[in-house]
Design a protein around this ligand. Structure first.
Ligand code: HEC
Ligand code: HEC
Length: 285
């Protein structure tokens, strides 16, 4: 039974990707203004990029979804920003410290920070994202355990920190440590076909961007809005959760969150969105 369901699903995806012409729709030509700040949702791609123009996933969503993101009072993701602020200020652990004990007001200390991650972590000898930087501070500066992947507090704090960069353009410094070699590895993974469906990230987000796959208008698969509020899940979704979901859809083995594979992909995919505004918390279907 399970197997036949899987085959039906596979057929649906294959059929959906072989849609006749006409199902290719232009992303909307609309401006995203959040709290009076205009977001960069389309910009000239950096050198060496496969596209001429980098486009935010917001441009590919339905009107109602776009409006939810544009209105901070209605955006359900803003609740997680508030929760993140509570965790930020809460004293926890043997040292009796909160994040605020060292970093004070996040609106100042974390402004712009999230737009430049992943960064090279010389201690770990690998790139780290915001989630791993939070864990680093918990372990080294607070005497706490790292969070379990996708723990509600991990998502809330990450959303809170990223939100302090709302509107800031994404830009990575690939000259840090060995970040460039992780970019190379991420690029290779992005174009590697895997799974029973034999799809690479690029099969959907590059070759078929603009097409419909079932009811989904395929975007460029950008990372600038993460963590994102997904209406379907009625919850915040982390970037590695999204990666895992996309990989699972190709019926391939899904690497673990924060594994070398997914960190390399995060470096490369984030770079593909260079110049787009951080939109966290974005709203997606
Ligand atoms: C005892 C002090 C201390 C505590 C408590 C602490 N941190 Fe840190 N944090 C640091 C230091 C030191 C650095 C690294 C130096 C720097 O980047 O300024 C850092 C760096 C960071 C960075 C990276 C900043 C950047 O510019 O890249 C983030 C994000 C961060 N901490 C988040 C948190 C969060 C979230 C908490 C609470 C869970 C926390 N920190 C608790 C001391 C602390
Ligand atoms: C079978 C097609 C398919 C493949 C292959 C695929 N994705 Fe996706 N992906 C989707 C769909 C559908 C969505 C939701 C609509 C959209 O934003 O394109 C999505 C969304 C995303 C998003 C969120 C975009 C946003 O603006 O919120 C990211 C990031 C992403 N994918 C990354 C990847 C990566 C990395 C890979 C390769 C490991 C990959 N995807 C492979 C279909 C695919």
């Amino acid at each position: 039974m399970r197997q036949s369901l899987a085959i039906v699903g596979l057929g649906m995806i294959m059929a959906a990707l072989q849609v006749p012409s006409g199902a290719n729709a232009e992303p909307v030509d609309d401006a995203l203004v959040i709290d009076d700040v205009e977001m960069v949702t389309r910009t000239k791609a950096p050198e060496g990029h496969p596209f001429d123009e980098v486009l935010s996933g917001w441009l590919f969503r339905e009107g109602e979804t776009r409006e939810l993101e544009a209105d901070s009072f209605q955006n359900p993701g803003m609740l997680y920003v508030e929760q993140g602020a509570d965790v930020w200020n809460r004293v926890e652990g043997p040292d009796g410290k909160s994040c605020a004990s060292c970093h004070n007001d996040a609106a100042e200390s974390m402004k712009g920070v999230g737009a430049h991650y992943p960064k090279w972590d010389a201690d770990a000898g690998r790139p780290i994202n915001i989630e791993l930087q939070i864990d680093k501070c918990r372990v080294e500066n607070m005497g706490l355990e790292p969070y379990k992947f996708d723990a509600p507090e991990q998502k809330a704090l990450t959303t809170y920190i990223k939100n302090q960069s709302l509107g800031e353009p994404v830009e990575l410094d690939l000259s840090q440590g060995e970040l460039q070699s992780w970019w190379d590895k991420g690029k290779e993974l992005y174009y590697t076909r895997t799974g029973q469906l034999n799809f690479a990230c690029a099969s959907c987000h590059e070759s078929n961007s603009g097409q419909y796959i079932r009811a989904d208008h395929l975007s460029q698969g950008q990372a600038n809005g993460f963590p994102t509020y997904r209406l379907k899940q009625a919850d915040m979704v982390s970037l590695h959760n999204r990666f895992r979901g996309c990989i699972r859809d190709t019926r391939a083995e899904t690497p673990k969150a924060f594994s070398d594979e997914l960190m390399a992909l995060e470096v490369y995919v984030t770079w593909r969105g260079t110049g787009l505004s951080v939109e966290t918390p974005s709203v997606r279907q």
